[in-house]
Design a binder for this molecule. Structure first.
Ligand code: SF4
Length: 320
């Protein structure tokens, strides 16, 4: 159970700190300065209105977030997911391009979004999962505040691309209970080529440091669902093994203790499939091979994360 008085006061402080950053916009590291309150759209293709693709129970996150808690025998309860439209990254292989890049979604009032969150709680969700919230963080937090005032008591999961502004993250202290950021690149050339964000490697590591500074440890409820924690996700791309190994090496260099232990979780994903603009890049046209994924798993074997999650590759008959 979250401490509601503390949560409400952290949320009010966060809104007060973040609202001035909305227009001209400095909510993500691009600092593109769009006058969003005047209807201008930034690189993320969003003005200041709340736009959401859908709100639903989602069962595909890591087990302690949406699946079975830490008990494989219990029925999955789901994560209360809010898929926000738009994104501050421009990934050419985006698997959510329909709403992250092509503008699908509907405008909602903060009141309407708060009601959707309460419905997710009624349906049994274990958390409220904000997917790609960064560009819309101001109206999203206002809606969340309304929902908590009306009885929401679920932890907030911040599920983002990992290209985050430090000032924004600092304002989220006490608001976010679980961070689920990507660590996409440590190769600046690839970050520029595929996501139009050459500074992703340095911004990402700074963001992970700030997130872990806030979270510090893991907590679970009586069913084994995470109520506090941090899991970093890395999607292994085809023909980019060096980047994946560099991401893992960098995390180890920055975060491991004297025994080599990294205090948060890592989720190593092989679900890449060519979609959106990937057809324009010959090296992205194929799925990831099992051999490529295996190399990253061997690297993971040498490391020691607090939690580790891997996926079943289609070309592998056996469970890992
Ligand atoms: S969130 Fe969007 S509008 Fe704001 S700085 Fe980033 S890309 Fe620009």
């Amino acid at each position: 159970m979250i401490a509601i008085d503390r949560k409400l006061s952290s949320l009010r402080e966060a809104v007060a700190k973040l609202e001035p950053l909305l227009s001209p916009c400095r909510l993500c590291p691009r600092h593109c300065g769009a006058k969003r309150d005047k209807g201008e759209q930034g690189v993320c293709e969003l003005d200041d209105k709340l736009k959401v693709f859908c709100c639903n129970l989602h069962f595909g996150e890591e087990p302690p977030l949406s699946g079975t808690g830490l008990n494989e025998n219990q029925k999955a309860k789901g994560s209360g997911t809010v898929f926000f439209s738009g994104c501050n990254l421009r990934c050419v292989f985006c698997q959510n391009f329909a709403f992250s890049h092509n503008g699908n979604g509907k405008y909602m009032t903060q009141e309407e979004l708060s009601e959707e969150m309460l419905k997710l709680q009624e349906r049994g969700a274990k958390n409220i999962n904000f997917v790609t919230p960064t560009p819309q963080i101001v109206p999203a937090l206002k809606a969340l505040l309304l929902a908590y005032e009306k009885g929401l008591r679920l932890p907030l999961l911040y599920n983002c691309g990992g290209y985050e502004d430090l000032e924004v993250l600092k304002a989220l202290e006490g608001v976010v209970d679980i961070y689920l950021p990507d660590a996409k690149y440590q190769d600046a050339e690839l970050a520029k080529k595929y996501s139009s964000a050459a500074d992703y490697p340095e911004k990402n590591i700074l963001a992970l440091q700030e997130m872990w500074r806030q979270i510090k440890n893991f907590e679970y409820d009586e069913e084994g669902y995470m109520t506090r924690g941090m899991i970093v996700r890395h999607l292994v791309l085809p023909n980019a093994l060096g980047n994946s190994l560099a991401v893992m090496d960098k995390i180890k260099e920055v975060f491991s203790d004297e025994k080599g232990k990294v205090p948060f979780g890592l989720s190593l994903m092989c679900q890449y499939f060519p979609t959106f603009k990937a057809k324009d890049y010959p090296e992205l046209k194929e799925r990831l091979t099992f051999e490529e994924y295996l190399k990253t798993l061997e690297k993971l074997d040498e490391m020691d994360f607090e939690l580790e999650f891997v996926q079943q590759h289609d070309d592998c008959a056996e469970d890992f």
